[in-house]
Ligand binder design. Structure first.
Ligand code: ADP
Ligand code: MG
Length: 948
């Protein structure tokens, strides 16, 4: 525990001094110190001599009910920054000093945060003495000539005072002076310049009513309360440099009059302001040393300087102090410089210091609690226990609040913005403190009933005596003839009677006057009472009005609080929403990022594919160009040969049979070298020889015929031949027989599936994955025939129907290239490797190239053709209409590749017909015309490698 509770034994005896019944509120004054720098932000303004206004600094705006909150606090008096120490002293401390001299107790304390000017107000700054030196100066100015000799008054250890005669006092003085150790302050003084500055108060302030028949003595003590321990700052301790003794704490006791005092506390009798202040200064120095040595926070301790004034009347002679203890009056004035009121978090206290700081705060907290309870007790008529004993500070000053005395507080504030919050707390406490009332000390006669001792030799003012009655003469009658005594007596009696009458008249008159005065007084009192009553009712009205206003305000506060609650709830809801939306946003953006990265990856892949395909095709093109070049050379050679032949035909006489190249030789040679057309019977259309008109029989040997079309002579022959055989066109038409394979069931199937997929595929068993479009080359023949000096050859045998049609050429990549001379070719077709809806949408015809192994081991190519329909669902449907079968067959049956050495009788027969020009030409042209037999059928002029 940080402090012990000292339980003062309760004594039933001795009641408190009977209170006068009057109470005064605690006088609270406010002092606003100037800002240390002019550029500091200010948050406190002095409105008038009673009011200060505090407003939140710029960075600390509080909005309440939508308006900027400024608070005003009222005090008994407010001292602005320019108010000098003297003025403050005159208003606040002077009445306390006057009371002290009149034998009444007083308490004055400064309250405020560290740096707010408490010490400046109490002690003062160099050259500008504070309240303490000023109080001392005033005391000594007032009682200076009436001071008792040293040691006449002796303070006992029970907070009481004793008096001894001057002789005893002298003896004690001599005894003390003989003691070597503690030199009394009257000795040599080493004047501290700061100290000298402080004490130099050019103020000759004096108390007005000083009882000059009394003798006085001043005693000072200086204690410090730190961490709820009381230390005597004036204690003489042998100073040990090596091992400084820690200061001993003191305890509190309650005296007979229920006043608290510090036991064993040094109380120094002082005879002058300088001496008193020197004592204080010594204590102050000790305090500083203790703070540094023990590493204490100086702003965390309370400094209490107690001035005690003992006074006693002189005896009847006016020479000596009345030696009666009961006649001594002891009064005290406590000047307290409280610790900084700031909360612990404001200071940078750590560890041990924090605990101390907490305790110091604790004592200020207790002070606050005590004030609060007092106020509540007084205002509500309750009788709650005031927790004075909870801290040394409040315990020490208990009787000021509980008993009687004057309590004054100076609230010091620094108007800087940083102190705003703390200043607000200070203001609140101060305002509350004002509401506490403290019993007014009773005016007691300070001295005995013996008047005028000090001035016993002076003339007293003459006493106004009543006119005395004339003395009665002797009324003894000794002589019978005495005629003088009785008349004299009668005369005197008459005189006395007259005087009596006069006096009674005067008395009656005076009584009347007194009565009238009394009546007047009465009426005035009545009127005053009425006035007071009126005022009272007025005040009551105001109070009720304020009460209703208060109620209204409270209601308003409640509604506003409710509103705030609702708004807070709404705010939380909105925040929740916001969080949700942000989360959603995040997820969406993540998704977008993912998509973007996917896209990038796809792009890269596609680019790679494009590059690959481009390379492949470049290679392919090169290969094809080379092949073409070779082929073209071959063609040229063939043409030359033909030309030679033709020349020979033209130049040779008709009867002469042309020399036929021997068959054997022809067969041995590669096909490129064959000069003569192959031995197909020229008269017969080779297509018609096919039993089933769906099949073309192409012979390897007729292959070269197709290449003879670009010669000029051939062109003219063709023209001739065309004119001769107008039905040839038909042959082309007939040659190509359509097989309608449309079945009702199939068609229905398509229609139903149309609705679902938009397309119907039948007969496709294998859908290749790789999309490999193959461009179909244009017939080189046509290009050659379009030579500048040759008329363009019209493709007369193209079917008119196919002219406007667009085909989808579906060639699955699994197809093997056939070595047939006649290759299906569809001009302007979109060649696809897999069924593509996109391609189908653009075309109206469809063709699928399908290969299978025929029974004779040869590859049979089937061209499945169909019409493309648009379905209602927006898709495409293919209705298959015909199948063309391409098959390769040796003209000699199975022995196609057998040696050609064996004689062929039909060949011979055919040979016989190779005699006239017309026939030969017709055959040549027949082959060319055959290129247009089917829709898009052309002889593929690919150089053929002959198999060994
Ligand atoms: P506290 O004791 O409250 O911690 P101080 O009294 O030590 O504060 O004041 C801190 C500083 O402010 C001191 O330097 C003091 O001189 C100065 N000061 C305080 N009040 C005033 C004032 N009213 N006028 C001029 N200076 C002041
Ligand atoms: Mg201070």
């Amino acid at each position: 525990p940080s402090h012990r509770r000292v339980k003062t034994p309760r004594r039933p005896a001795l009641k408190k001094p009977a209170p006068s019944g009057l109470k005064d509120p605690v006088g609270v004054y406010c002092r606003v110190r100037p800002l240390s720098r002019p550029d500091q932000e200010c948050c406190i303004e002095v409105i008038n001599e009673n009011t200060v206004q505090i407003h939140p600094p710029d960075g600390y705006r509080i909005f309440r009910n939508g308006e900027y909150r400024e608070t005003q606090y009222s005090f008994k008096e407010v001292f602005g920054t320019l108010v000098p120490q003297k003025e403050l002293f005159d208003v606040v401390a002077k009445p306390l000093v006057e009371d002290l001299i009149r034998g009444k107790n007083g308490l004055l304390f400064t309250y405020g945060v560290t740096g707010s000017g408490k010490t400046h107000t109490m002690t003062g700054s160099p050259g500008d003495g504070g309240l303490l030196p000023r109080c001392l100066a005033m005391i000594f100015n007032s009682i200076g000539p009436f001071q008792a000799k040293r040691f006449v008054f002796k303070l006992d250890d029970k907070n009481g005072v004793d008096v001894q005669c001057e002789v005893d006092a002298l003896l004690e003085r001599q005894k003390r002076d003989a003691m070597p150790v503690p030199k009394t302050p009257s000795g040599k003084r080493q004047v501290d310049p700061e100290f000298a500055d402080m004490i130099n108060v050019q103020d000759h302030c004096k108390a007005e009513e000083v009882d000059e028949d009394n003798v006085y003595s001043v005693f000072v003590s200086y204690i410090e309360i730190y961490n709820n321990y009381i230390y005597d700052l004036l204690e003489e301790t042998p100073f040990d440099l090596i091992k400084p003794k820690p200061p001993q704490s003191k305890i509190l006791r309650e005296d007979q009059n229920h006043n608290m005092y510090v036991t064993g506390c040094t109380e120094v009798e002082v005879k002058s302001t300088e001496e008193a202040f020197e004592v204080f200064w010594k204590g102050q120095k000790k305090r500083r040393i203790a703070n540094t040595q023990l590493n204490r926070e100086s702003s965390r301790s309370h400094g209490v300087f107690i001035i005690k004034l003992a006074q006693a009347p002189l005896d009847a002679d006016g020479d000596n102090v009345l030696q009666e203890k009961e006649q001594i009056t002891l009064s005290q004035l406590s000047l307290v410089d409280l610790a900084g009121s700031e909360r612990t978090n404001r200071t940078k206290a750590e560890g041990n210091r924090l605990r101390e700081a907490g305790n110091i705060n604790q004592s200020l907290m207790t002070l606050r609690t005590c004030i609060e309870v007092l106020r509540e007790n007084q205002m509500c008529g309750t009788n709650k226990m005031v927790p004075y004993r909870d801290s040394k500070l409040t315990h020490l000053f208990k009787n000021y609040f509980d008993g009687e005395g004057k309590v004054r507080m100076i609230v010091c504030v620094n108007p800087k913005a940083e102190d705003y919050e703390e200043s607000l707390q200070v203001m609140r406490f101060a305002e509350m403190t004002q509401e506490v009332e403290v019993a007014r000390p009773v005016d007691r006669p300070l001295c005995g009933l013996t008047p005028g001792r000090r001035f016993r030799n002076q003339d007293l003012p003459g006493e106004i005596l009543l006119p005395s009655f004339p003395p009665l003469p002797s009324c003894e009658l000794l002589d019978i003839n005495d005629d003088q005594t009785l008349p004299k007596l009668a005369e005197v009696l008459e005189e006395r009677h007259k005087l009596r009458q006069k006096l009674s008249e005067e008395f009656a008159k005076n009584a009347l006057t007194f009565k009238t005065i009394l009546r007047e007084l009465d009426s005035s009192i009545m009127s005053k009472e009425n006035y007071v009553q009126g005022k009272l009712s007025e005040k009551e009205k105001i109070i009720t009005g304020q009460k209703t206003e208060l109620e209204r305000m409270e209601k308003k506060i409640k509604t506003l609080e409710y509103k705030i609650e609702i708004l807070e709830k709404t705010a939380t809801i909105y925040e929740e929403d916001k969080r949700h939306l942000q989360q959603e946003l995040e997820s969406q953006s993540q998704k977008l990022q993912r998509q973007a990265s996917d896209k990038r990856r796809l792009e890269a892949r596609l680019q790679g594919m494009v590059a690959e395909t481009t390379m492949k095709w470049e290679k392919e093109c090169e290969r094809r160009v080379a092949a073409k070049q070779l082929e073209m050379q071959n063609k040229l050679w063939v043409k030359d040969e033909k030309l030679k032949q033709l020349k020979a035909i033209v130049t040779e006489p008709k009867s002469e049979k042309p020399e036929r190249p021997s068959r054997e030789r022809d067969r041995e040679k590669p096909i490129q070298r064959s000069i003569s057309p192959p031995p197909v019977p020229p008269s017969s259309n080779f297509i018609t020889q096919v039993p089933n008109s769906q099949q073309f029989v192409s012979n390897q040997q007729v292959h070269r015929r197709s290449n003879s079309c670009s010669s000029i002579s051939v062109a003219s022959c063709v023209m001739e031949w065309e004119q001769k055989t107008p039905s040839h066109k038909h042959t082309g038409g007939i040659s190509k027989t359509r097989t309608r394979q449309q079945e009702p069931g199939q068609s229905r199937d398509c229609n139903t599936s149309d609705r679902r997929r938009g397309m119907c595929w039948t007969g496709i068993t294998e859908v290749p994955k790789r999309r490999d479009e193959l461009e179909i080359e244009e017939d080189q023949c046509c290009r050659v025939s379009a030579a500048p000096n040759a008329p363009p050859v019209r493709l007369r045998h193209r079917r008119s129907r196919s002219a406007g049609e667009r085909w989808v050429d579906h060639k699955p990549p699994s197809n093997l290239p056939t070595d047939t001379v006649m290759q299906p070719h569809v001009p302007h077709a979109i060649t696809v490797a897999a069924a593509s809806e996109k391609a189908l949408a653009k075309c109206d015809k469809y063709m699928l190239t399908h290969q299978e192994l025929a029974s004779d081991g040869e590859i049979e190519t089937k061209l499945i053709k169909g019409d493309v329909f648009k379905t209602r669902g927006g898709g495409q449907a293919v209705q298959f209409t015909e199948i063309e079968t391409l098959k390769q067959e040796s003209p000699t049956g199975r022995k196609r590749r057998s040696s050609p050495s064996s004689a062929d009788p039909p060949a011979d027969a055919a040979n016989a017909e190779w005699t006239d020009v017309e026939t030969r030409c017709s055959v040549a042209v027949e082959m060319r015309a055959g290129s247009a037999l089917g829709p898009g059928y052309q002889h593929h002029a690919q150089p053929k490698r002959r198999k060994p």
